[in-house]
Ligand binder design. Structure first.
Ligand SMILES: O=C(O)CCC(=O)C(=O)O
Length: 247
């Protein structure tokens, strides 16, 4: 297992200032190889829980609870965390679709807002294969206006209605689909280079996403987990049973 130490005070400041932090060597080459092999094999259908696979699939559970990741999440949320969702984010060569730039808090409102994520590069990732992009420091300017993304090079398959419930038990419905932040300027978008096994920790309010994979032959493979501080109230009823992280 690879080991990274706790973040330095400088790295924590950087996360708070920029809204994201790249950390290399979170997973070892052996751990990455084991994940790739696991994903290539058929798995029992009881493990296929969509964005909740970390509750059933032992490999995904292990990675979502990886000490290198959790120790940093703990530092950044200021205590123990709960795992809200996990997802593979593979992007095929030659046009595999992007994810329109967005803020996760828009999809996962919570009180107080401790939402954050760790996105792990399973292959080397950069602008050349549709790597992860951020708008640095955009987490400090509230929720930005959005429009429905209908760009055919970006994913738009998602459309649903969430039930929200506040702490007092009041419920309401929120229709959701694939939104994109309005009026983004290309020069504000920073494509990150994250080598295999490294990752980016990012704040729930940071604007992030990615573009289609322009490479003729380089797949972009990645995987992400979203966390909140254990005491946070998640408004979406479908994730209110988010499990505690193991440390
Ligand atoms: O994989 C990407 O390109 C973006 C991932 C993302 O939006 C997320 O993990 O919240």
């Amino acid at each position: 297992m690879s080991t990274t130490g706790p973040l330095t005070p400088g790295q924590v400041d950087q996360f708070n200032r920029d809204g994201f932090l790249v950390v290399n060597n979170l997973l070892s080459p052996a751990e990455i190889a084991a994940y790739i092999e696991h994903q290539s094999k058929p798995r029992p259908k009881e493990w296929n829980l969509g964005l909740q696979c970390h509750k059933a699939d032992p490999m995904i559970k292990r990675l979502a609870n990886h000490p290198n990741i959790l120790s940093i999440v703990r530092q950044l949320v200021g205590g123990r965390a709960r795992i809200v969702q996990s997802m593979p984010l593979d992007k095929a060569p030659a046009g595999g679709k992007g994810i329109p730039l967005h803020q996760d808090t828009h999809y996962l409102p919570c009180e107080p807002n401790t939402l954050m994520a760790c996105w792990i590069a399973v292959t080397d990732t950069d602008a050349g294969n549709g790597g992860f992009c951020v708008v640095p420091a955009s987490h400090k300017r509230g929720l930005h206006p959005t429009h429905w993304s209908q760009d055919p090079t970006q994913r738009e398959e998602f459309e649903t209605t969430y039930t929200m419930r506040d702490r007092a038990g009041k419920e309401w419905q929120v229709p959701m689909k694939r939104f994109e932040i309005d009026n983004l300027r290309q020069q504000d978008i920073l494509p990150l280079t994250i080598p295999k096994g490294g990752g980016v920790f990012f704040h729930g309010m940071i604007i992030h996403g990615s573009f289609a994979n322009p490479s003729p032959d380089r797949i972009r493979r990645a995987w992400a987990v979203h966390y909140v501080h254990e005491k946070t109230w998640l408004l979406r009823t479908d994730v209110q049973d988010a499990v505690m992280a193991e440390m």
